[in-house]
Design a protein around this ligand. Sequence first.
Ligand code: ADP
Ligand code: ZN
Length: 731
Amino acid sequence: MTTHFPQGARIGVLTTEPVGLLDYLSPEGGVLLGQLVVVPLGPRRVLGVVWGKGMGDFDASKLRPVARLVDAAPFGEGVLEFIQRAADYTLTPLPVVLRMMLRAPDLDQPPAARRVVHRVGPAPERMTEARAAVLRVIEEHGGAGFAPSELAQLAGVGTSVVKGLVAAGTLVETEAPKDSPYPRLDPSLPGKPLAPDQAVAAETLRTGLRGGGYATTLLRGVTGSGKTEVYLEAVAETLRMGRQALVLLPEIALSAEFIDRVEARFGARPGEWHSGITRTERRRLWHMAGRGEVGVVVGARSALFLPFRDLGLIVVDEEHDSSYKQDETVHYSARDMAVLRASIEGAQVVLASATPSVETWVNAATGKYRRVDLRARYGEAELPEMAAIDQRKEDLPSGRWISPTLGRAVEERLERGEQSLLFLNRRGYAPVTTCRACGHQIGCDDCDARMVEHRFQRRLICHQCGATKPIPVACPACEVEGKLAAIGPGVERLAEEVAERFPERRAVVLSSDLYTSARALKETIANIAAGEADIIIGTQIVAKGHNFPALTLVGVIDADLGLQGADLRAAERSFQLMRQVAGRAGRQAGDRPGVALLQTHQPEHPVIRAILSGDDEAFWNAEAESRHAARMPPFARLAGIILSHPDQPVVEAYAQELARRAAPLSEIGAELFGPAPAPIARVRARYRVRMLVRAPRQAPLQSAIAAWLAAAPKAPTNLRLAVDIDPQSFL
Ligand code: ADP
Ligand code: ZN
């Protein structure tokens, strides 16, 4: 039963404007709680949601009525509570969270104002390149209707070109049709027959769903063990119960393959939500999610902010993946927000991973989460054999990165017609460009960071801010020419070494910056899978779930790379990454298991030892213990406070002032570290200062920080302050 406010009742509306909650009068016909509305605000009209009874002490006779109802399903009470609690948790103003939930285009436009263009008539008499581009976009999308501005944007032309085609009779402009619901996914279609441990896991998830309440389950198993197969059974059960399921994936590139798999399982395609969908698709999915007219949504982290009508299941696949953490505008972890949302909705969460985060591992160990394990790989393809190559004992000339041992292993694969993967998590040609005459290192003008040479693109690129410049001939400091030298390896440089050593062979570099579109990347991946490469040289994008059947060797060029950081999660990330990369070898090699070789200068390092031994639990237990000893998450709570300003003294003085007034923090037993320059002390010409708050696990961290910041002196103009609850790193 949704609350109804009769005409003239005083209601509170949460607007998308910084003012937030304001009182209005319920319009003619009344209004439901959670209804999206357009309200007058001064001379403007703004979007809002009916939040509850009016509360303000504003003079009732001066209240204005709601201007108009938005044609969208009202938000359920669970959605309203989620907005409130997500705002409380992340210390974000309510209107900002509300805006995150209002991702459908044109919500503030009356439906009649929505126009679309379609192709109807013959090609125009006068055909120009711009016109042809527009027609191509229409054909590529199977004749779908487009908003004129969107069509122009996709075609890379001005809107006048679209208007011209309408005038020529090639296109026709009409009012947008009502969005149609998604085809029903059929849960009664049979899934694959499950292996015994898969069947046990699936039954555990189904039982949880039928119980009707909230619970989180860690579904653990190596890549290829059938986790997806198992959670699709949970999706089927959710559909049978008439509820909605959301599957979160970390990588857009993976979702096309995944969508096909869902379609094969349920006979229809699920809704898709990520940055690559059109405005029309975005609008349709958003509205259908709210009406309960899409059963399954597959999406990136922001899909968590769709206004689902009855969410029964949230799957977070690869739950440890760092792309689930958003660090711009609002700092949040999609995994934690999934748990929050599910606990409000009485939904189940499945966290799937081969290498769960330490937080999730500890939550499973203490019984806060359930845990089900898939032990063997499906069909019993074996895990790779692992070994370290002790770099201290290998004879490597400078500027060379493939050790003799690794080189021989690659040769063996080439002889057998199998693929090798050389993994180096460094984009570009070389991380440092230095002058051999004066020792100067080329840095970014705006950041406290070195410029990275990207030889394929013939540019130096700052990996902090994306600034680029041409590779200079002369040193910018001493002006001596021809003395600039590349120091250290990147994947492009490694590719050069591969080309020299194995000149007749087909090598492919997989690095995110070398592909201009997700489609181009996907094609390359498909070509590799089809055997059209002998040696793959890749950054961390190769670690994610791609299946290369002929790949039997993984060589990790620098296993020590991630271990050096002083960061909280350095060991964990490094472990996860190398474990995943190693798992690429020999997935389906049949009788011959794959091999993973780790080049390292410290084979006795605990992380390297844990990877080599294959004893993952030993790693998590040891890592959990060291976090416990250091009073670090998940045994304590952290919040990062990042302040930035173009002037260093200004930001430093303000941070000092904040630190002096930190009494609300000590009241809850929290400690304040800093202020100190952030590890990257300058980004985009702004100086960055960082503070870290550490609180006991049960302490009310957010309200203490809110009280502290609320009592702070007025911030200098142009100062930015961001709060990052549960920071993932210390950058
Ligand atoms: P994960 O999600 O753990 O990486 P998947 O569910 O993708 O594993 O399974 C890996 C491969 O094995 C997939 O091609 C999948 O279709 C297949 N597979 C898994 N379980 C079964 C099963 N019970 N019967 C047939 N094929 C299966
Ligand atoms: Zn920069």
